[in-house]
Each structure stands twice: as C-alpha cells, then as structure tokens.
Write a protein that binds this ligand. Structure first.
Ligand SMILES: Cc1cc2nc3c(=O)[nH]c(=O)nc-3n(C[C@H](O)[C@H](O)[C@H](O)COP(=O)(O)O)c2cc1C
Length: 389
C-alpha cells in the first residue's frame, strides 16, 4: 500500500506548537502539575497582563522594544465586532456570570450563552452526561429559564461587559424561533443571536431543521425578517453533505455560520445493559469530534462568503490554528471549559504570542491557508480529495 502523503498546510504556523502527551484540559478530570485532581472553578485564575491580546491596538509591552500593534479583532458584519477570535460555546459557559470569579470574561472574544427557548424548560431526565474516550455525551435537553427570564436577569448584567454576548436560540417550530428573536431584538446587552437549529421541528414530524436545506433556510429567513441583530446559524455535523444547507442559510440572510454542534450518539450502561442516558440519545463533543468539525468548516468555507466560526474539540492553540487554516475567522471553546475554565483566555494570549512570533500584526494571514487555491468553486469535490466511503 502506498504511504499517505502528509499535507503540510503552513509549516511556519505549526513549528512552535509543542506536541503534548496529554492535551491541555483533557481528560475532563484534569490533573495539575503536582498530579492532584482539580475541578472546574477551583483553579487560580490565570494572571492577565493588561492589554494583552485584547482590543485592537492594546497589545502589551513586556519587552524593551515596543511590539508592533496587534489587531486580533473579528468583524462578523452588521456591526458585530469581537475583540479577538476566541469565543466560548453555548451550553458550556452558562450565562457567563457563573465564571466571573474564575476568569475575566471581558478577555473573551464573545460568549454564546446557554440555549434559550420561548418557555422555560426543565431538560431531559437524568443521567444527562457521560464521559467517552476523547469526549463526552450530553443530553441536557436545553434546560433554561426561558427568554423572558434571560432578558430580565442576564441582559442587564451583560450590558456592562465589554465582551459581546450572543444568545443561543432554540425552538420546536419556526414560530418559536421567530418569537424568541423578536423579544431579543433591541434588548441592550444582547449583541447577536446564534440559532441552534439542531432541534426537532414538531410541525414537520420531528425532522431537525439543521439536516434539511429548505427547513434550515426557512427558519433563518423567518428570523431574519424580525430582527436586525447579527444572526449566526449553527450547522449540524449529522448530515451527509453540509454544503447545500450552509448555502441555503447564507441565501436566507444569515450574517455568519457557526460549525459545528454535537454529533448524535448513544452510550450503553454495561451493568444494566440498557441505554445509559435518560434520553437515550446524546450529543458527542470534545477532541473526538475535531476531525469531523474541521472537515465541515473546510467544506463550508469553499461554498459560502459569510464568516464561519469553528467549534469542536478545541483544547489547545494548535486546534485554533487548524480551524483558522481551513477558513474559520474565529473559534469557540466548549467541552474543554469543564476541565479548565481559564483555557479561552489563555488561548487569546497564546494566539497573540504566536502572531508576534510570526511577525504578524493580525491573525488574518492565518485564515484559509489550508484551503484549495480556487475558493467558491466546490473544487474539493471536483478533485475527488474527499473521503467518501
Ligand atoms: C453540556 C453541553 C451543553 C450544550 N448546550 C448547547 C446549547 O444549548 N445550544 C447549542 O447550540 N449547543 C450546545 N452545545 C454544543 C456546544 O456549543 C458545541 O457546539 C459542541 O459541544 C462542540 O464543541 P466542543 O467539542 O468544544 O464541546 C452543548 C454542548 C455541551 C457539552
């Protein structure tokens, strides 16, 4: 058998990323340097140098010669600008408030809050989470207090933050999504909406919006009509070909795509020989899904012109650089936060350091380096480089 050619996307970018025997923040019960187990919320916060990796023009001056100004900002469109490209993923950082004692939330590019629905939801029956090799399965079931409570309780607090808060919106019908978006429109503190379309459309026999181009485009267009808020739509990895779906969402007026949500999976309780999760099905997240998410960002970046924010298995800077290389303009950290809530802020600093080391004044030059030369042509399929079993 012929040995596979190793594709080197950007040797400069990869060269300083030290291979680690164990990825930072993984497995979930991470051990510290002395080998003792730490739990989320008990670590000391990372000391942040003022101005490092933050808003444009605020790069810190720790050496004798002042470093070139570094601009890590990301413009999503419709006035939504993140100070840096490291975001936190929906469902893994609560409403941001919960982490205020552990991290300086203002250092994060943006926060995607928990999934928010029209009415309060109690979520799925327990057990709701289980760890898997290289990941975790969750079936939280969108437990949340409902959009009115989010507007009353959290939005006023977000208003005082520098970091942008994007409300992740879920629903069971187009009417649900539209009503939640309508209520969020114009609320101070709400910087944008991320549509979680990996939800069953009750009116269409439970078919998920995210797995059908016409349903995904339909719900996007309906929400677009009722809000001027920046609109991000989150792709599902549970599809045969994401490209027509991504295109339909772009055509329907989304400002950006986020990719990806969790992969559908189940776990079996070996003792009871039954499904382990109370809901049977759960969503797989963590390092195990990164290759799938990378492939989806890579494919999507070649068919849409709107920005893509990548999500899936990020635990270290190398992951962020890989997502930028396949065309993402920013990245969200999710499951790894449970092991180390300080990771997103550390990644901001590490990305800034990497840009400085490469002599860059922004991370823009790192975006899309692994994409085929001709963008927008669907070239990857035509060349037959995809693996289609
Ligand atoms: C416990 C948990 C809850 C989540 N809740 C939501 C949610 O409410 N809305 C949503 O769009 N995605 C939700 N997600 C998916 C994440 O936002 C993210 O897309 C996914 O976990 C992949 O990223 P990761 O591998 O870095 O965790 C959740 C993930 C986890 C682990």
């Amino acid at each position: 058998m012929k040995s596979r050619k190793r594709v080197v996307t950007s040797p400069v970018v990869r060269s300083t990323i030290t291979p680690k025997r164990q990825r930072a923040g993984w497995p979930l019960r991470a051990t510290n340097s002395r080998g003792s187990v730490s739990t989320p919320g008990t670590r000391s916060p990372v000391r942040i140098e003022p101005g490092r990796g933050g808003a444009p023009g605020t790069a810190g001056a720790t050496t004798e010669a002042p470093p070139a100004p570094l601009d890590l900002s990301v413009d999503i469109g419709r006035g939504l600008v993140f100070a840096n490209p490291i975001l936190v993923a929906s469902g893994t950082f609560g409403y941001g408030i919960e982490y205020g004692d552990v991290v300086d939330v203002n250092r994060i590019g943006a926060i995607c809050c928990k999934g928010t629905t029209l009415k309060p939801r109690v979520g799925n029956p327990p057990p709701r989470v289980t760890e898997t090799p290289g990941g975790m399965l969750n079936s939280i079931g969108l437990q949340n207090p409902g959009v009115n409570a989010v507007i009353e309780k959290y939005a006023p607090l977000w208003q005082a933050w520098q970091t942008k808060v994007i409300v992740n919106v879920a629903g069971e019908s187009v009417v649900d999504y539209v009503e939640v978006a309508r209520r969020l429109d114009g609320v101070p503190g709400v910087a944008g909406i991320e549509l979680n379309i990996s939800c069953p459309n009750v009116g269409k026999g439970g078919l998920q919006f995210a797995i059908d181009a016409s349903a995904a485009g339909g719900v996007t267009a309906a929400v677009r009509r009722v809000t001027d808020l920046p609109l991000l739509v989150k792709l599902s990895p549970n599809v045969a070909d994401v490209r027509p779906i991504a295109k339909a969402i772009e055509d329907a007026g989304a400002d950006a795509l986020t990719a990806v949500n969790t992969l559908s999976g189940i776990a079996v309780d070996p003792g009871r020989r039954r499904p382990l999760l109370g809901n049977v099905f759960g969503g797989l997240s963590g390092p195990a899904i990164k290759p799938v998410a990378l492939r989806i960002v890579y494919e999507t970046a070649q068919v849409v012109s709107i920005p893509i924010v990548a999500i899936g298995g990020i635990t270290e800077l190398r992951d962020v650089l890989e997502y930028l290389a396949v065309g993402a303009v920013a990245a969200q950290v999710g499951t790894a936060i449970f092991a180390d809530p300080t990771l997103p802020v550390r990644l901001v600093d590490e990305l800034a350091d990497e840009c400085r080391r490469l002599g860059l004044t922004s991370h823009q030059a790192l975006i899309g380096t692994a994409l085929p030369a001709r963008r927008g042509s669907g070239a990857a399929s035509a060349k037959g480089v995809e693996y289609r079993p």
